[in-house]
Ligand binder design. Structure first.
Ligand SMILES: Cc1cc2nc3c(=O)[nH]c(=O)nc-3n(C[C@H](O)[C@H](O)[C@H](O)COP(=O)(O)OP(=O)(O)OC[C@H]3O[C@@H](n4cnc5c(N)ncnc54)[C@H](O)[C@@H]3O)c2cc1C
Length: 388
């Protein structure tokens, strides 16, 4: 652990996951430094080092489709901009429907995605099986597919942004906990930390699954809830699977890495909150094995190499929280990314940076801002296409 080198920064970002680091990168490029990023863990200790690396543009809401499309463009340029190979492979995302209601849902998603100019396709079961050899089609009624969706390897992405942010002058301190916010004349004047107070004009809450905990420590109640999600990697198979597959019925998702391992997860119930820790449960392995063998019978003899878990930072409407908190000038949110922060980070953090700088962003504050949860009534929109 190395403490901050200064007593005062222009701004402090709490959380050095993909969201906090990308935010610092955009702000440093805009000349908003000096910037300090604090993390009480180590690089990639949060969800950014524990995810499936899926990047998709098939969404129910137009605004999310647009953020994801911009993110894909960014990840395509990543090698050139950040000098790291993130193994981004656009093998597509294949959503599977096993009932007329699920198929209707995919039709609605398809019409939004296609109207945004993306080449989404609705497929019959036999067409889906051609894209995923060995796929069990016994209950399949249809599918949707977008070939420009894909997968990447999260670790070099985090490292790439971390290195570039530091090269731009951002200071990143690990092993330092932010314990609250300091106020002066009704606005942010710094943060309290495990190594003492630090002065700052603004603070960004990019604490991932711990964002509600940090907001509440700052006297700003938050509706976000951390939920634990489990995932595993199998031993390698000769490459056979191009797309990421997602089954709507149970949320099972699986893709094949370039090394041949299958990486996938399945949502099983866990107590909400972070107190249960990030271990794997004994319930997950048999549930995941049953679901995966049912989907791809060829996996029945496959060994599991490792399993792990991490926290989604879920919001009541499934959309992230991006923008200034009206209760405390200088406090900006970049959290609530659920199971999709990696794929939304490059584009949404550009909007977080605009909020910090007091610039207008193209995101509707009534849809993405924290104020949507503060007044009476329910939020304006929701994004429910959650698995994978
Ligand atoms: C099993 C799993 C699979 C997933 N699959 C995908 C996927 O395929 N595609 C996708 O896009 N997304 C996926 N996600 C979601 C994605 O990983 C997250 O949305 C994203 O990584 C969130 O990034 P973050 O920077 O907000 O949070 P994190 O990476 O969790 O970083 C938050 C950081 O804040 C730090 N912190 C917290 N509180 C404090 C404090 N008080 N002081 C200092 N530091 C603090 C933590 O130590 C942590 O490092 C998945 C997540 C999981 C768990």
């Amino acid at each position: 652990m190395t403490g901050p080198s200064r007593a005062h920064y222009r701004g402090v970002i709490v959380g050095a996951g993909i969201v906090g680091l990308f935010t610092s990168y955009h702000l440093a490029r805009a000349g908003a430094g000096p910037i300090l990023v604090l993390d009480r863990g180590f690089l990639s200790s949060g969800a950014s080092g524990r995810n499936g690396g899926g990047v998709r543009q098939q969404w129910e809401t137009r605004a999310t489709v647009r953020l994801a499309r911009e993110a894909i463009a960014e990840y395509r340029r990543f090698g050139r901009e950040f000098d790291y190979n993130i193994w981004f492979r656009q093998g597509g995302y294949l959503f599977l429907a096993e009932s007329p209601a699920e198929l209707e849902r995919l039709r609605r998603v398809h019409s939004v995605v296609a109207s945004e100019g993306l080449a989404s396709r609705l497929l019959a079961p036999e067409e889906a099986a051609r894209l995923a050899p060995g796929l069990s089609t016994s209950r399949l009624v249809g599918a949707s597919f977008l070939d420009s969706d894909g997968t990447l390897y999260p670790f070099p992405a985090v490292w790439g942004v971390y290195e570039r942010a530091r090269a731009l002058g951002v200071e990143v301190c690990f092993g330092v906990e932010a314990t609250g916010v300091r106020r002066d004349s009704g606005r942010v004047s710094g943060v309290s930390t495990s190594v003492g107070p630090i002065g700052a004009e603004w603070v960004v809450n990019a604490a991932g699954g711990w964002s509600a905990e940090f907001s509440e420590r700052c006297g700003l109640p938050s509706p976000n809830v951390a939920t634990r999600h489990e995932i595993l990697a199998t031993e390698p198979l000769k490459p056979f699977l191009d797309p990421m597959i997602i089954r709507l019925a149970d949320g099972l998702y699986v893709s094949q890495t370039m090394r041949g391992e299958l990486v996938g997860g399945l949502t099983i119930p866990h107590r909400p909150g972070t107190s249960g820790g990030m271990a794997s449960s004994v319930e997950f392995l048999p549930a995941m094995a049953r679901a995966l063998i049912d989907l791809l019978p060829r996996t029945s003899t496959l060994g599991v190499l490792r399993a792990w878990s991490g926290f989604y930072d879920d919001t009541p409407d499934g959309l992230p929280v991006i923008g200034p908190d009206p209760r405390l000038p200088g406090f900006v949110h970049a959290n609530g990314f659920g199971g999709h922060g990696f794929m939304l980070a490059p584009a949404s953090t550009r909007r977080v940076a605009q909020s910090v700088l007091g610039e207008r962003s193209d995101l509707d504050p009534a849809m993405f801002g924290p104020q949507r949860f503060l007044g009476p009534g329910s939020p304006r929109a929701s994004e429910r296409l959650q698995p994978g």
